[in-house]
Ligand binder design. Structure first.
Ligand SMILES: Nc1nc2c(ncn2[C@@H]2O[C@H](COP(=O)(O)OP(=O)(O)OP(=O)(O)O)[C@@H](O)[C@H]2O)c(=O)[nH]1
Length: 317
């Protein structure tokens, strides 16, 4: 087995938002390490010409899938190939096509067989400051890309006024209170920005969400579970079914819960249709809560859904 896990950075964002610019900057930032790029582009245009820093890196292309599920299978096959390389890379960068559902990509990394070798360091969402509001209203994938991201780069910031940048930052934070939002130009990112966004659990510990927020039809709902103890089996089955049935509404779930069968607090998170519930090693007084991000959600509906995870078998303190 590969001794150290391979870091994975997933780049999402709408067409022309600046993903390739961000990728080039990242390749410069990580130039001292061995990097590999996976592209998921529409069409068959060559990507090599766009990437300035690809001296040693190898580029894999995913061609078949975009929004469909074959994308996950294709990525899985590429990842297997990477683990069998004589000298595997330190970092794998995945640039998702502007039309891709990043959940389908990110969810591959929830599988145990993949997690054994790879660790998603961060999911970066690149947003075009000029076009963001139009995109969000008109393109469903744009909302999903925002929901999945840990770090959202508000790119082309210099093309709009400072006040507008602040207003957009607020809007984006309201949609995804879990992410860091940073204005950039020409996709300029630093390692420090990535490292900050990738300490996800630490970030969650200090997370203070607004009650509930709305923009367009997208919304984040904060659920306080301080006095609730879930039944693991029930919670898992309720969420698994809901992520499948309400795929077009629930974009992301993330937070902590208490379980009747375990002492430790558990981190719950969904990526695409995949769910993971894992123990938190150091809780340091963390209170249980969950954030649900999605489209057309109602607090009542979401509360009802989670109640199925603790009523009867579970205990309400
Ligand atoms: N003015 C300005 N142009 C930018 C900025 N960032 C990127 N661009 C330009 O916007 C265009 C698209 O940038 P890319 O980095 O290729 O964007 P992308 O998201 O990879 O594009 P697709 O692969 O087509 O989805 C290019 O011409 C960039 O030079 C910026 O901050 N300001």
């Amino acid at each position: 087995m590969h001794q150290q896990k391979i870091n994975v950075i997933i780049l999402t964002g709408f067409l022309g938002a600046g993903k390739t610019s961000v990728l080039n900057n990242l390749l410069s930032e990580y130039a001292h390490q061995k990097n590999l790029v996976i592209e998921n582009e529409f069409g068959s245009q060559s990507v090599d010409g766009d990437l300035v820093n690809l001296k040693q890196e190898r580029v894999f292309e995913l061609n078949n899938g975009c929004i469909c599920c074959s994308l996950g299978e294709e990525l899985y096959a590429v990842l297997r190939e990477i683990t069998q390389m004589p000298s595997p890379p330190d970092n794998v960068f995945i640039e998702a096509s502007g039309m891709a559902d990043p959940g389908a990509l990110a969810s591959v990394f929830i599988f145990e067989t993949v997690r054994e070798f790879f660790e998603v360091k961060t999911v970066i969402g690149v947003v075009d400051a000029v076009l963001f509001e139009d995109c969000l209203d008109e393109v469903p994938e744009a909302g999903r890309q925002l929901a999945v991201a840990d770090l959202i780069l508000l790119n082309k910031a210099a093309m709009v006024t400072e006040d507008y940048v602040h207003a957009l930052e607020e809007k984006i934070k309201n949609i995804n209170p879990l992410a860091q939002v940073l204005p950039t130009n020409f996709g300029e990112v630093t390692l420090a920005m990535i490292d900050k966004a990738s300490s996800q659990e630490t970030q969650l510990f200090t997370f203070q969400a607004p009650e509930s927020h709305e923009h367009s039809d997208m919304k984040s709902i904060l659920l306080d579970f301080e006095n609730i103890v879930f039944d693991l089996g029930r919670l898992r089955s309720v969420l698994t079914v809901s992520l499948f049935l309400h795929y077009h509404q629930i974009y992301r779930i993330k937070g902590f819960v208490r379980l009747s069968s375990r002492k430790q607090l558990h981190l719950v998170q969904s990526v695409g249709q995949q769910l993971s519930i894992s123990p938190v090693l150091e809780e340091v007084g963390q209170k249980p809560f969950l954030v649900v991000i999605g489209k057309g959600l109602t607090r009542k509906g979401i509360e009802k859904l989670f109640a199925k995870g603790y009523e009867h078998e579970g205990i309400t303190l």
